[in-house]
Design a protein around this ligand. Structure first.
Ligand code: BGC
Length: 368
């Protein structure tokens, strides 16, 4: 097994990283699956297709393992997927109004794939790319470096973008995700990981009993096409206030215009932080029956909280079990949706010579 990695102090992978074929895409590209096993008891499988996290085995408070993320058993299902299950998302996560933006006096038109808007990088976003993947093991951590080159004009975006993502699983039950990108022409970049969690175990029911705490005093309300209006609105006194831990289902059906527009939670929260660019605790998720939890730290300014409102049971996942309405939730660390059209939002523009860097850490814990 070859170990090619950007950092020099990495050593060759051992049997804590397993590499195996996962099939061939419709276009004839070979896809592999990697299994990262850590001494913490967490085991994660990742596909070179979309860089997708296919499964996460995590112990409950009694040590019982369950797979806590939604996914599929076969490559063909990942090729058909429209829900971005577990995938790396880019060039820009979430929506860009009408697939249009202007940059340095030029107008750009992107692929429109969501009711006239651009969503998650377009018709063939990074979630449908076959990434170049190399495993590594370093000081007790196991991980993968994934690389993808998005050509100039890809889904309408300017410039050749070189993207590198690393997944590092630590002995402390943390999955650290690092995003890196460079470009040869100015372009918006907004990368995220689109895992759907169900901490009771995928296929076991809905996520309404999960408890969530968000470090977010404000969120970005949306219009009827789910594009932020540009306002940063206080969560206080609304069903969007997760400043103390609340069951996700407690207020999801309340009479609230924003919940009605999105059919539940599908909103970007503004992460509270002291200073910019530092890792900050953004979310704490707990499933009270099993005691499984995830703490999410990020350097990103936003977090899209999505309650699986578009999952409708028509598509089956692992073990043939349908992905039913609200059977998984996503907490996607990112810049705000539609940033290229909102000068008041933190900028997503990457220029030649600069580096895009961001980090998100999922810490798998048990509570109670
Ligand atoms: C978006 C949803 C979308 C889902 C799957 C989420 O990130 O916020 O609106 O339906 O991804 O595409």
């Amino acid at each position: 097994m070859s170990a090619r990695s950007p950092d020099q102090d990495r050593t060759a992978p051992t049997d804590a990283v397993r590499r195996e074929p996962f099939g061939t895409t419709a276009e004839g590209r070979e896809v592999e699956r990697f299994t990262l096993a850590s001494t913490s008891g967490i085991t994660i499988t990742v596909l070179s297709f979309g860089g997708a996290i296919q499964s996460i085995m995590a112990p409950d408070r009694r040590g019982m393992l369950a797979d806590v993320t939604l996914g599929y058993d076969t490559l063909a299902e990942y090729e058909r997927d429209k829900s971005y299950l577990g995938a790396l998302v880019g060039r820009c996560a979430n929506r860009i109004r009408a697939g249009r933006f202007s940059l340095d006096g030029r107008d750009y038109t992107l692929a429109r794939n969501a009711g006239g808007n651009h969503l998650h990088g377009g018709k063939r976003g990074f979630n449908k790319a076959v990434w170049n993947v190399e495993p590594f093991e370093e000081r007790g951590d196991v991980g993968l470096v994934l690389e993808h080159v998005s050509p100039d004009g890809d889904e309408g975006y300017p410039g050749t973008l070189r993207v590198r993502v690393s997944y590092r699983l630590t002995a402390n039950a943390e999955l650290q995700i690092d995003f890196h990108a460079t470009t040869d022409a100015a372009t918006p970049v907004n990368l995220t990981q689109h895992a759907y969690f169900n901490l009771a175990g995928t296929g076991s029911g809905d996520i309404l009993g999960h408890e969530l705490e968000l470090s977010a005093s404000r969120f970005t309300p949306v219009d009827e096409t789910l594009i932020p209006t540009g306002e940063l609105r206080s969560v206080r006194g609304t069903p969007f206030d997760f400043s103390t831990s609340e069951a996700i289902g407690a207020r999801i059906e309340s009479d609230d215009e924003q919940l009605r527009l999105a059919g539940g939670y599908d909103h970007n929260f503004v992460v509270d932080r002291n200073g910019t660019g530092e890792l900050a605790l953004a979310a704490r998720l707990t499933e009270p029956v099993s005691g499984r939890g995830i703490d999410i730290h990020t350097t990103e300014p936003g977090m899209q909280f999505y309650t699986g409102n578009f999952l409708d049971g028509t598509v089956a996942g692992k073990g043939g079990i349908p992905h039913r309405y609200r059977s998984g939730l996503a907490l996607e660390t990112q810049h705000f949706p539609n940033s290229p059209n909102e000068p008041s939002f933190p900028s997503t523009i990457l220029r030649p010579g600069a580096e895009h860097r961001s980090r998100t850490v999922y810490h798998f814990v048990t509570r109670g």
